[in-house]
Design a protein. Structure first.
Ligand code: SF4
Ligand code: SF4
Lengths: 663, 259
């Protein structure tokens, strides 16, 4: 006989309960294992291992940061407050149960006992503590649903799961209390919750038989519901408890990084076998499949999505969830390898509504990249020949006129003439330039954006920056790329790269975040590494050197462009440039900024919507009381000017480019 | 079903700019493209092929037909192209083109359906479709905005000023289509590259057996000039009432407003 504190297993249960329980467990376990097998068959365990071995360090860091420390989950405080207790509570309870299993079913063969002595006492305290955390977490989760947190989808599955979890937590304590009530032990106080409850049970008119009866029924209910939830796990969104941590390990973090499925320069000229993008389940890579399964249906991507806020058909969460179900239906043989668009899984309209702002990627707590699935879908639409008139027109403009607006080159020549009058030269005429000033299509063709170019040129001349412009500029290819026309993008990019090399370009300055991003981050893959700065960075630098000065005065707010803030992490430079100006921030600022609605090609075409992203954002700007809203992108400028006009608030707020603050 | 689609390569009017002095278009700086209406015809042909099987042949003629543009047409889904590219077609009019295209279509043979745009974006003559039909001894329907396949032949809708006309027609026939009929698909760059495997057959003008008369344009273009609108640049000043008064009398004097 053991002396001192120890764990008694299967107390108050009839002889043979353990055997019976394991027998009952078998079918549940089988269902669970089969589900897990089906899921992992889709990813390929060897793929996972290979991916891990390739960079074990960064994989583990990422796991620690995003799964264990819940870095992204806690960006939403309330979510973190619910999820961390729930997750760690569940985990500790699970380990506790596993220890009982080891104790009872393995060590007992060797006449050993783990759960005894001081270790057992620590075990009891810990379990009781985490059990409480668990119940708090589950209750908060239920409360959020009951109080109608908008982003949570109403599904019976979720209520059933949460109800089950709550029952497991509460019944666990009840069992403990009943046990201590019927069979008190000296060390019972260590199970502090159960002990307290047991104290109250003493007041009830309940004899030991009745208590034992209740105990046995509760015991089985506790066991069966636990088994049920475990068995159901791989078939529900609770699957995320396994897959989301894995996804944090394989996912790439950069918000808008894109895959490059081929290199046009190396492609045989008549390659016909090429498939690009996703159109059927078999087009999905193992990473993409795993990523889809990691989705918790939390809707945090939806909350940030400008296209959804504007009332288009797009919901990034639904894109992910629909694809996830499509994969599952195919895997279990419910559907063939059907075309997503023909079978109605996706609609072209929702796919075109995306502004590629990256907010969904930034928002996802488990590092899923809804944007990636959208771009890949666009690629597959383009591969099949697009028939939407506006979209066709934009891409035709890019290929025919080398700019998405469809303006003739002569318009740009007018700008070049004006720049020349200021003394600006082209890279053809001078070689001692430090920067190539890349003007971008907007300033060649849009009168307001043209002013940015002229002002920047004046500022740079005044500050003594040596720069030159291109004699002719064609589109960087960025809009084509974001619209899924990879071939056209690469054609333009390759020709630009060749020109850059011919003129010995090393550094580029541009006032367009889209040009900035593509030249800086995406041209590298096609053969040129350039130092690229955005005008906000250059202005901040010139400012700190005292070469230029902002005009102070009116209360000002600053709108971060998606491609500078989220995509490239440049948020402080423009603010440094604005130092001294009375600045008031909007609620959504920096990497949390809200898209103007122009990105991803949406400036040139239009999908059905209830309202405009730019209106929502301008309202946010107005609500700060600012009289000036500064932007850092010519597209934002055009969108907000338009919004101000159509909302009739031109008199209340001025929209200006960052460069306009300096003289 | 064998479908021949007549496709013209034209100047892109968006890129035509007048010489500021002579007001003549600067052709050297302009780009070329496939005429929009013909792309609609091609799209319609390809959709019919997708629905009812068959073959789509692109038929094109001009003074300098660019293979890249023909490849774009093939990338949309046509199977083969027959092209006459000959300097002598420099000043060709609707009559000459109709003769050349009709003979070319006959050379290829067996067309059940000949489709083309109702006009071209550069000249807008509305000549070629009906003339080709005449030449081949086929019926033709112009301004078609809808085509349904029926048991025998086709049911087509024409868009006329007074309304819509619905006709049941038998094959073979020539149809000219308007822009409303569809949105032509845009082939991706990779599709265009992949289309380089499809044959483009170059046919010498001589081999068509056309005589002097058939190759002599009936219409000679004397000159092309851009319209120049001169503004009067009149500034009217004074109080609102006075200004309105002055503006009105000015407009009356110009004969733009009658009181
Ligand atoms: S990238 Fe932006 S617009 Fe596109 S789905 Fe994500 S949040 Fe919505
Ligand atoms: S994609 Fe991410 S943010 Fe969106 S619902 Fe799924 S888990 Fe949540």
């Amino acid at each position: 006989m053991l002396s001192g504190p120890f764990r008694e297993n299967f107390v108050l249960m009839p002889e043979g309960t353990d055997l019976l329980m394991y027998t009952v467990l078998v079918p549940f376990a089988a269902v669970f294992i089969y589900g897990v097998y089906l899921r992992f068959r889709g990813y390929g365990v060897s793929n996972l291992l290979r991916d891990f071995v390739a960079a074990p360090r960064s994989r583990i860091t990422s796991l620690l940061r995003y799964a264990w420390l819940q870095r992204k989950v806690t960006l939403d405080r309330a979510s973190g407050l619910m999820h961390i207790p729930l997750m760690y509570g569940a985990l500790v309870l699970f380990i506790g149960t596993a220890l009982v299993f080891i104790d009872h079913d393995i060590l007992s063969f060797f006449n050993e006992k783990l759960l005894r002595g001081p270790f057992y006492l620590i075990y009891e305290v810990t379990l009781d503590l985490f059990g409480l955390l668990f119940i708090i977490g589950v209750s908060l989760a239920i409360l959020r649903r009951v109080r109608g947190l908008k982003r949570l989808r109403e599904k019976n599955e979720y209520y059933a799961y949460l109800g089950g979890l709550l029952f497991i937590g509460v019944s666990g304590y009840l069992l403990e209390a009943l046990r201590l009530h019927v069979r008190p032990v000296e060390w019972g106080g260590y199970s502090f919750v159960g002990w307290t409850v047991a104290g109250y049970l003493d007041y009830l008119p309940m004899g030991p038989e009745l208590a034992t009866g209740i105990y046995q029924v509760t015991w089985w209910a506790h066991a069966l519901i636990t088994f049920g939830l475990v068995a159901y796990l791989p078939y529900s969104n609770m699957l995320h408890v396994f897959i989301s941590p894995l996804n944090t390990m394989i996912s790439q973090i950069r918000v808008s990084s894109m895959t490059t499925p081929f290199n046009l320069a190396e492609l045989p000229p008549d390659a016909t076998e090429l498939r690009m993008g996703i159109r059927t389940v078999s087009d999905l890579s193992w990473r993409q499949r795993l990523s889809l399964d990691a989705c918790t249906d939390c809707g945090r991507c939806d909350v940030q999505c400008p296209a959804l806020a504007a009332g288009t058909n797009l919901s990034p969460r639904m894109v992910v969830q629909k694809l996830k179900s499509a994969v599952w239906n195919y895997d279990v043989g419910r559907t063939e390898n059907v075309d997503f668009f023909e079978s109605g899984v996706l609609t072209e309209e929702e796919i075109w509504a995306c502004t590629t702002c990256g907010a969904c990627v930034e928002a996802c707590p488990v590092l899923i990249r809804p944007l990636e699935f959208i771009i890949e879908s666009r690629r597959s639409i383009v591969m099949g020949g697009i028939t939407d008139q506006k979209i066709t027109a934009t891409l035709t403009n890019i290929s025919r006129y080398q700019n998405p607006h469809g303006y003739p080159q002569s318009q740009r020549e007018a700008l070049v003439r004006e720049l020349r009058e200021l003394g600006v030269r082209t890279v053809e005429e001078v070689d001692d330039f430090e920067y190539l000033y890349w003007l971008g299509c907007m300033s060649s063709f849009d009168p307001k954006a043209k002013e940015i170019a002229l002002r920047m040129a004046r500022l740079m001349i005044k500050a003594g920056v040596k720069f030159a412009i291109m004699p002719v500029e064609s589109c960087t290819g960025d809009p084509a790329r974001r619209m899924g026309e990879e071939g056209r993008y690469q054609e333009l990019a390759l020709s630009n790269i060749e020109t850059f090399k011919r003129y010995g370009v090393r550094k580029v300055v541009t006032h367009c975040p889209h040009c900035f991003n593509v030249i800086k981050n995406e041209y590298a893959e096609l053969g040129i590494e350039l130092e690229v700065v955005h005008h906000s960075e250059l202005l901040a630098e010139l400012r700190s050197q005292g070469k230029i000065k902002p005009i102070e005065g009116k209360l000002t707010t600053f709108h971060d462009s998606c491609y500078m803030s989220r995509v490239n992490g440049v948020t402080e430079e423009p603010r440094r440039a604005l130092e001294g100006v009375r600045l008031v921030e909007m609620r959504r600022n920096r990497t949390n900024s809200f898209c103007c609605g122009a990105g991803g090609g949406n400036y040139w075409y239009e999908v059905r919507r209830r309202r405009r992203e730019s209106h929502e954002r301008l309202e946010e700007g107005l609500s700060t009381g600012a009289e000036v809203m500064i932007v850092e992108c010519p597209f934002c400028l055009a969108m907000f000017e338009d919004a101000a006009r159509s909302m009739g608030v031109e008199g209340k707020i001025e929209i200006k480019d960052l460069s306009e603050v300096f003289e | 079903m064998e479908i021949h689609v007549l496709v013209k390569q034209t100047y892109d009017p968006n890129t035509l700019e007048p010489n500021p002095k002579t007001l003549e278009p600067i052709y050297e700086r302009a780009q070329t493209k496939l005429s929009d209406f013909d792309l609609n015809a091609l799209e319609e042909g390809i959709r019919m092929k997708e629905n009812f099987k068959g073959r789509v042949v692109v038929i094109s003629a001009g003074p300098d037909v660019k293979p890249l543009l023909i490849r774009e047409a093939l990338a949309m889904g046509a199977d083969e192209a027959y092209v006459v590219s000959d300097k002598r077609l420099e000043h060709a009019d609707g009559w000459v083109y109709a003769n050349v295209l009709a003979s070319l279509s006959r050379t290829v043979g067996n067309a059940d359906l000949i489709l083309c745009g109702e006009c071209s974006v550069d000249e807008g003559g509305y000549q070629v479709g009906p003339r080709v039909a005449e030449k081949l001894g086929l019926p033709s329907v112009t301004h078609v905005i809808r085509i349904h396949a029926e048991q025998e032949g086709l049911r087509v809708e024409r868009d006329l000023e007074e309304g819509r006309e619905v006709l049941d027609v038998k094959l073979p026939i020539v149809l000219t289509v308007g822009l409303e009929i569809n949105t032509p698909r845009l082939p991706s760059l990779l599709m265009i590259r992949a289309a380089s495997k499809k044959p483009i057959n170059s046919v010498p003008l001589e081999s068509l057996g056309l005589d002097e008369n058939e190759l002599r344009p009936r219409v000679v273009c004397a000159s092309v000039r851009a319209l120049k609108v001169e503004r009067k640049r009149v500034v009217i000043s004074g109080s609102l009432d006075e200004a309105a008064e002055k503006l009105l009398s000015e407009l009356v004097r110009e004969g733009l407003v009658r009181i």
